[in-house]
Ligand binder design. Structure first.
Ligand code: KIV
Ligand code: ZN
Length: 502
């Protein structure tokens, strides 16, 4: 029978300690509602003694969120505990969370007391908190750098005083998985009353090992893990909720442990945290990064199209990612491009598809990624059934302030390249004049429109022209990362229509 691991979410407390990520009460409430939907077991809503705003925010979360345990942080001083209880007292399931260091560095340098005095402060604080609330969690801050025997003695004493959860944090991200797992195992073996409390871990990511350390603790019997969404938190962050939850989900065979998290809410929760806190998620972030389920190499794309299990260990839709994103690049093959076009609703004839594919390769050479909008723009360009009587081969323009804009254009017709040069009142006009001279078609420009297809400096520019030839209105549209090239192609399309009598 697999073991249940309790998920303690501290996005609203440790996560919120990131500079600039402060939330107001309304925003905390919105996020807390989503955390309840995600089905975390515990929400740490804040640190009420830190500010009146947080006192109010924790109070609102405690009053309004039903289901998870609601907790908040307090130092082991009566004023903090009073403030915390003021916030928590209306919660359906309140828990007081106390913190006090056990490492000599904290005891001597931060608290400036001796070990025994600090132990006594901890015990007194638990007793005080117990008067308010039956559930009290006690964190031995900087546990991973503490003398083990002293820390174990502290755990025993606070459990005797009434602590129902004890937490042994890796506050500064110093631990390494084998050592941390071993520490958890020793706590379970050597603290005589540990069976009267739940054992919890809380890891920071200073050496990039928060997830590995948390999983090592789970392997060694811990009951609760403290995490944040997207791994946000002090310095390099806290252990990431989505990583631990999905590791347990994906590797049940190894951990034989589960959580109650509704994994289909993971992606949405991640987006909400990112947008409310204004902290972008790095593209390659495990589980929730924009590239987490993107396959860009031709070999991988081919494998995915044949069977997704070839390169995917998690189905994106399981964590709530709506569309399966396949990034098209210069290395993508015909199969991937055709597949994506099919998903976008285009079933192109082979001949048209070939034209789109050639254009796709040209664009992909200039742009790192070809996104859906680019692809659709290329389809719009090639979908007309007008024959390519003329096509653009080369162009050059010279323009600037106080010089006459000039251009030289080469256009292919029936295997020959015809070149000519012209001036104009701007580079686009000069190119259009050249095209008229080479094609022998006199076209009056009725309208000219240029827009970026996507955002970013490497976006495709899409040009649309309306021309009048012999009283007939004709349009042409084309796109390129080079807007003059896009304009020239669009103009040539309209000229081709005139020549083809379309
Ligand atoms: O990192 C830490 O030790 C903490 C405690 C309050 C659990 O955040
Ligand atoms: Zn922390």
């Amino acid at each position: 029978m697999s073991r249940k691991i309790m998920i303690f979410d501290t996005t609203l407390r440790d996560g919120e300690q990131v500079p600039g990520a402060k939330l107001n009460a309304e925003q905390k409430l919105e996020l807390a509602r989503q955390l309840a939907k995600l089905k975390v077991d515990v929400i740490e809503a804040g640190f009420p003694a830190s500010s009146p705003g947080d006192l109010e925010a924790v109070g609102r979360v405690a009053r309004e969120i039903k289901g998870p345990i609601i907790t908040g942080l307090a130092r082991t001083v009566q004023e903090d505990i009073d403030d915390l209880w003021e916030s928590l007292k209306h919660a359906e399931r309140p828990r007081i969370h106390l913190v006090l260091g056990t490492s000599d560095i904290h005891v001597e340098k931060k608290l400036r007391r001796d070990r025994e005095k600090v132990l006594e402060m901890g015990v007194e604080a638990v007793k005080y908190a117990k008067k308010y609330c039956p559930e009290v969690e006690y964190s031995t801050e900087d546990a991973s750098r503490s003398d083990f025997d002293y820390m174990a003695r502290t755990l025993e004493a606070v459990i005797d005083a009434g602590a129902t959860v004890v937490n042994v944090p890796d506050t500064v991200g110093y631990a390494i998985p084998e050592q941390y797992g071993e520490m958890v195992r020793r706590v379970k073996e050597s603290v005589p009353n540990i069976d009267r409390a739940l054992l919890s871990v809380h890891c920071h990511n200073d050496l990039g090992m928060a997830t590995a350390n948390t999983l090592a603790a789970i392997k060694n019997g811990v009951d609760q893990v403290e995490l944040t969404m997207n791994g946000i938190g002090e310095r390099a962050g806290n252990c990431s909720l989505e990583e631990v939850v999905m590791a347990l989900h994906t590797r049940k065979d190894y951990y034989d442990a589960h959580t109650d998290i509704d994994i289909s809410q993971i992606y949405h929760t991640s987006r909400l945290v990112s947008s409310l806190m204004g902290i972008p998620v790095q593209p390659n972030k495990a589980i929730v990064g924009s590239n987490a389920f993107a396959h860009s190499s031709g070999i991988h794309q081919d494998g995915i199209l044949k069977d997704r299990s070839t390169y995917e260990i998690i189905r994106p839709e399981d964590v709530g990612v709506q569309s399966h994103e396949m990034i098209l690049t210069a290395r993508s093959g015909r199969a991937a491009v055709r597949h994506r076009l099919g998903e976008l609703g285009y079933d192109l004839a082979n001949e048209v598809f070939e034209k789109v594919f050639i254009r796709f390769l040209e664009v992909a050479d200039r742009k790192k990624e070809v996104v859906d909008e680019d692809l659709e723009s290329l389809v719009r360009e090639e979908i007309s059934s007008v024959p390519d009587i003329f096509s653009l081969e080369t162009y050059q323009t010279v323009s600037g302030i106080n010089i006459t804009p000039q251009s030289a254009v080469g256009m292919r017709r029936d295997g020959d390249v015809i070149t000519d040069a012209a001036v104009g009142n701007g580079p686009v006009d000069a190119v259009f004049n050249c095209i008229e001279r080479i094609s022998g078609v006199s076209a009056k420009l009725v309208s000219y429109d240029l827009k970026a297809v996507t955002q970013g400096k490497d976006a495709l520019g899409e040009a649309t022209v309306h021309v009048e030839v012999d009283g007939k209105l004709l349009t042409g549209q084309a796109s390129s990362t080079d807007v003059i090239e896009a304009s020239a192609r669009a103009f040539i399309k309209a000229i081709n229509k005139a020549l083809a009598g379309v």
